[in-house]
Design a protein around this ligand. Structure first.
Ligand SMILES: [Zn+2]
Length: 412
């Protein structure tokens, strides 16, 4: 089987948006094969992509229901890669979230599709800076990363009034993880810990393993959290980046949490926001999507009924009923498929739901305090010594590229 992999770019040259493979992979060029990098256009579906590339539509209709659900997860605007020989599509890689992508491949006279992990690498970074003009702009200027600036403000919002209190020469430091794919920032950053010095106040924030931010004493700082959208019987399927398929044996992601509940159980908005979609959405059946603040979106699928007033453009309060549980679309029984997206990427909803306690206790607290202490030291060092802020992203720009290797059997 042919596989995609990530390799250093010394083997390649690229012109415009077409990549051509050289050196050890000369045979591919000789066959007039080329990889095209394109954006997934708004409104394009997997079905129209199949049509465009003359893939028999039977291939689409024969896909497993779960794969059709994943097809609805393709993010418009995201970059995908397609490999052609003459004008025949040999393979395509289409991202569906930060960790997974659909791999479409030619197989004899037909095509196959499966979800495979995205090849990326993660790096821990530390930055430190003095506020020059606006804290947001300063972070973006240094890192080119708007998501990082947003998340930093989010993490500190509960304890600092950004408009009134932050002044020139106030200092900050951030320790965070960044994913890179093909030499570019990829997905959302993950802030591990940060400090903001406003005048004489030192405000530390540390992320605990539950995904939420705490102060150094273990008090939860999250002000805005989502609530469970229904009274459910059980979770019938958890969020997964790649769960093992019982029959097919390969990993297929599940980009949401499935709550089993009787038909007609009310479904409530998980947070305050604005409805951006209410209608039928492929394998998800009757679906509502709500846009929340801070780049969050929630998706409610397989609904029996969408309430009459719930339409695109309507604002909803947290807890507002939006419809009822059903089994529409590709669904095996009544349940709510609940999806959560951050900056357009599916994330695990459970990690962002309101928890009963706002303070850590016992052993969990002890472990957290140790972790927090280490971060406190690292942040202080960053602030006093400064950081080589020049290194971040530019060096590895274009350093990695997707290529096709017909011999290599090591997938990601
Ligand atoms: Zn589901």
């Amino acid at each position: 089987m042919r596989l995609f992999k990530i390799l250093k770019s010394t083997f390649f040259k690229h012109s415009l948006k077409t990549f051509c493979l050289f050196g050890a992979f000369g045979s591919i060029c000789a066959n007039a094969a080329n990889i095209q990098e394109s954006q997934w256009e708004q409104g394009q579906t997997l079905l129209t992509f199949f049509e465009k590339n003359r893939i028999p539509l039977k291939v689409y209709y024969d896909l497993a229901p779960e794969d059709k659900e994943l097809a609805d997860e393709i993010i418009s605007g995201s970059t995908f890669y397609a490999l052609y020989e003459d004008s025949t599509l040999l393979q395509a890689l289409i991202p569906i979230n930060e960790n997974s992508q659909l791999h479409i491949f030619k197989e004899k006279d037909s095509y196959g599709m499966r979800a495979i992990p995205v090849a990326y690498f993660t790096e821990e970074r530390t930055i430190a800076l003095s506020v020059e003009n606006s804290l947001y702009n300063d972070i973006v200027k240094l890192t080119g990363d708007k998501f990082l600036a947003n998340d930093f403000i989010q993490a500190h919002k509960g304890s600092v009034d950004f408009r009134r209190e932050v002044r020139k020469n106030d200092k900050l430091a951030i320790i965070y993880e960044r994913k890179y794919r093909l030499g570019k920032n990829f997905g959302s950053p993950n802030i591990k810990a940060s400090i903001l010095n406003v005048g004489k106040r030192h405000q530390y924030v540390v992320r605990h393993e539950d995904g939420q931010f705490y102060d150094l004493k273990g008090n939860n700082l999250s002000k805005y959290l989502l609530t469970v959208p229904l009274h459910y019987k059980r979770i019938s399927s958890h969020f997964s980046m790649g769960r093992k398929h019982p029959i097919l044996g390969y990993k297929r992601p599940h980009l949401g949490t499935d709550y089993a509940a009787p038909r007609h159980t009310p479904i409530r908005a998980s947070g305050k926001g604005r409805v951006i979609f209410a209608g039928t959405k492929g394998g998800y059946g009757k679906t509502v999507i709500i846009q929340h603040e801070n780049g969050y979106k929630t998706l409610y699928a397989h609904m029996q009924k969408i309430d009459r007033k719930i339409r695109a453009g309507v604002s909803v309060a947290q807890g507002k009923q939006i419809g009822t549980v059903g089994s529409t679309g590709l669904s095996t029984g009544p349940h709510l498929h609940f999806g959560l997206y951050k900056n357009g990427n599916a994330v695990n909803p459970i990690k962002h739901l309101k928890i009963a306690h706002s303070k850590l206790k016992g052993k969990e607290k002890e472990e957290f305090l140790m972790l927090a202490k280490n971060y406190q030291q690292a942040l202080n060092t960053a602030l006093t010594q400064g950081i080589d802020n020049q290194t971040p992203f530019r060096k590895i720009q274009n350093g990695y590229i997707v290529y096709l290797n017909s011999e290599d059997k090591n997938l990601n």
